[in-house]
Write a protein that binds this ligand. Structure first.
Ligand SMILES: C[S@@+](CC[C@H](N)C(=O)[O-])C[C@H]1O[C@@H](n2cnc3c(N)ncnc32)[C@H](O)[C@@H]1O
Length: 249
């Protein structure tokens, strides 16, 4: 995606307050912090949250605070209206269709007037080969059982606009996977990441009603690895950002 932050924030300004929600191991916020000047790093607040603390790095890197927080719950009162940037990547489907817009509104409530929100989600309707098509179809079927959506990425922009954000912008990235990537090393890492990702999904799928046979489920990981390493694949990401108005109507 070329840049960690697309929202037009002045990253040279001291005392920034940045939250990464559903952060898992918190790599995004570590990379953001490292990319800033020493003065901004020292004066700013970096917060990493996830529904579970099991992925947080141990020991915790200096300058970043970590705490367990579900995006589906109210945030601590001390954070409300205080942040320059709220970021979340690849996690919004944790909010089901009935909850997704209120979840976004709670995130917007954390921003200072003039602060930005930036979300990144994947569009699972775009795939190249038959194995990746199967992977995304399986994901859709599991999301359906969970009453969540696999179509959140293309809806993000409208949800941000409907929530009253200003200057909502979107960039769509087609990330080449495996053999499709010019950089063989990065391509291979991407292909393997998808193979590991499908393993957990297949375990979940075995316990749920899906249209996949046992053989299709068991072979999916190998088929995906083979396809991505030989023909290559694509992963479409939508990055969407918007600003909380300074004066709210
Ligand atoms: C696919 S991972 C994405 C992790 C990270 N944002 C990234 O881009 O590498 C999804 C993350 O969402 C977290 N998650 C799931 N449900 C959540 C919830 N209700 N509130 C906050 N985080 C949640 C999971 O624990 C997991 O770390």
């Amino acid at each position: 995606m070329q840049k960690l932050i697309w929202a037009p924030i002045d990253l040279s300004k001291p005392s920034l307050r940045i939250l990464d929600s559903a952060a898992a191991n918190g790599k995004w916020i570590e990379d953001v912090r490292k990319s800033l000047s020493a003065e901004v790093q020292e004066t700013s607040t970096f917060i990493s949250t996830d529904v579970t603390d099991i992925f947080f790095p141990k020991p915790e890197p200096t300058g970043i605070s970590y705490f367990a927080q579900s995006m589906l719950e109210d945030w601590p009162e001390s954070l409300v209206g205080t942040l320059d940037l709220v970021h979340q990547r690849l996690a919004l489907p944790a909010a089901n269709k009935a909850q997704v817009q209120s979840t976004i509104s709670r995130f917007i409530g954390l921003l200072k007037p003039g602060g930005y929100i930036q979300f990144v989600e994947a569009d699972h309707s775009i795939a190249k080969g038959p194995a990746m098509t199967d992977f995304f179809r399986l994901l859709s079927e599991i999301f359906k059982v969970m009453e969540t959506g696999n179509d959140y990425a293309p809806q993000l922009k409208r949800w941000f606009e409907d929530a009253g954000l200003e200057d909502v912008q979107e960039k769509v990235f087609d990330i080449p996977i495996g053999a499709a990537n010019e950089n063989a090393d990065i391509g291979k890492k991407g292909a393997l990441m998808f193979s590991y990702g499908v393993r957990g999904l297949v375990d979940v799928a075995k316990t749920l009603p899906t249209s996949f046979s046992k053989e299709e489920l068991v072979s999916l990981e190998d088929r995906m690895r083979e396809e991505n390493l030989t023909s290559g694949g694509v992963w479409r990401l939508h990055c969407v950002w918007g600003r909380r108005p300074v004066v709210e109507s």
